[in-house]
Design a protein around this ligand. Structure first.
Ligand code: LLP
Length: 420
């Protein structure tokens, strides 16, 4: 599943001892395994080979340039959601015909830049957005490929914050609205209405919600076909769940086995946008114990990282395994809350965990942090963001320098009227 493992009680990433990295770069540090990232991409590519899908890695999960380049070189496209992500995608050398652009709030500037770049497809989420793209494309004398994101009204049985396919969510449009648009193509002279997009949520561990959503979309497309509307692109989103603790999600092969029969006799260019599936297991966050604090009711391991570096535990109640870099099997197990330095009670990385007895300066790894980890980090309480390191075999490289304290105030000025 991933390439982090113990050898002689020391945690390794591929062929590198994680402690050697931590000592060189300092902590906190995100560490990624090249092999794990690429193998997860290849798992989906292989499983779906019969229908030759375009896999557009959803770069919101982890958008470090070195990660993007690694995946793009292995044939991945990219799913973007902002002008910033488009910039990164281009910097990583992603061919524009492998870029798809989603999101409910694309600005006119972002749309123009994407059109000029010649991306493959806009996944459109509302009528006003469609009109904006049409207007800009006309001005630029371009034709924009459009896929309409439909909201199938399905509960994907995941955390509420990351369920996107329910009727009350802000994402996509209902099928009647989408149908009306498809049936009035003359209205949008600069658009090619040729795709359907569906993405019902994230960290979905069972197959059923996917099948239900895909069925709904396919019968929608069949209805459109009766009206002579031809669909070329079918974008099936991301959402595949991964193992954080005891989950038992479907593998890429199981997913393909369930989904491929739905496409028998159909000729679309299928697009998938997995984010977490490709990146979650490939990364860890490493921090160091600063203090052990015992109260009447708790043992706290206070570490030099926290919700500002990895917000998932406090935002979603997410579970990340805590592995000491140096394992001591004989040590007594204690029950700890692993907490950070931030002045919020929500600043925890793990609660009530049985971990070997810890002391100051021990290193800890927070597992499965390759997706939605660094990208959701902040400078709250004026902490510089961690470094990021990529490992491949025996080699490793810092792929993003640790931020410095002066860089935190680099864009700030004190105007005369306050200093006088
Ligand atoms: N496509 C679209 C249109 C999306 O909105 C997303 C994720 C994906 C693909 C990729 O989904 P994935 O394969 O990674 O499940 N921060 C949250 C997850 C937010 C997901 C947002 N959209 C977390 O840490 O769990």
């Amino acid at each position: 599943m991933h390439d982090f493992f113990y050898k002689d009680n020391e945690l390794y990433c591929e062929k590198v001892r994680v402690r050697d990295i931590a000592e060189k770069t300092g902590t906190p540090v995100y560490i990624y395994s090249y092999k794990t990232f690429v193998e997860h991409l290849e798992k989906i590519q292989k499983a779906f080979r019969p229908i030759k899908p375009l896999i557009c890695y959803s770069m919101k999960a982890n958008s470090n340039l070195a990660i993007l380049k690694s995946l793009v070189q292995k044939g991945s496209g990219l799913d973007i959601v902002s002008g910033g992500e488009l910039y990164r995608a281009k910097k990583a050398g992603c061919p524009p015909e492998r870029i798809v652009y989603a999101g409910v709030g694309k600005t006119a500037e972002e749309i123009e830049e994407a059109l000029r770049s010649g991306i493959l497809l806009f996944n459109v989420e509302s009528v006003p957005e469609l009109e904006t793209i049409n207007r800009i494309a006309r001005r630029l004398k371009k034709i924009a490929n459009i896929s309409l994101r439909v909201n199938p009204g399905i509960d994907p049985q995941t955390h509420d914050h990351i369920a996107t396919g329910k009727a009350e969510s802000k994402f996509g449009m209902d099928m009647e609205t989408a149908e009306k648009i498809f049936l009035s193509p003359g209205h949008y002279k600069a658009l090619c209405l040729c795709g359907v997009h569906v993405h019902i949520g994230s960290q979905i561990v069972t197959g059923q919600p996917f099948i239900e959503a895909f069925w709904k979309v396919l019968s929608f497309i069949d209805e459109l076909a009766k009206e002579k509307v031809k669909i070329k692109y079918l974008n099936l989103g991301g959402g595949l769940g991964v193992i954080y603790s005891t989950e038992n999600p479907q593998t890429a092969d199981e997913f393909a086995k369930n989904v491929l029969p739905l496409f028998k006799g159909r000729q679309y260019q299928v697009i998938f946008e997995p984010g977490r599936f490709i990146s979650a297991n490939g990364g860890i966050l490493v921090g160091k114990v600063l203090y052990i604090k015992q109260t009447k009711v708790k043992n706290f391991a206070i570490v030099d990282t926290g919700m500002h570096d990895l917000i998932r535990p406090t935002l979603y109640g997410a579970h990340h395994e805590v592995w000491p870099l140096a394992k001591d099997e004989k040590a007594a197990k204690w029950v700890y809350d692993v907490v950070g330095p931030i002045c919020e009670s929500g600043d925890f990385l793990a609660k009530d965990r049985h971990i070997q007895e810890l002391k100051a300066d021990d290193y800890l790894a927070f597992m499965t942090a390759g997706a939605y980890g660094f990208v959701m980090s902040s400078n709250y309480n004026s902490h510089p963001r961690p470094a990021e390191v990529l490992v491949s075999g025996k080699q490793f490289a810092v792929v993003r320098k640790r931020e410095t304290v002066p860089s935190l105030v680099a864009g700030e000025t004190i105007p005369d009227f306050v200093s006088k």
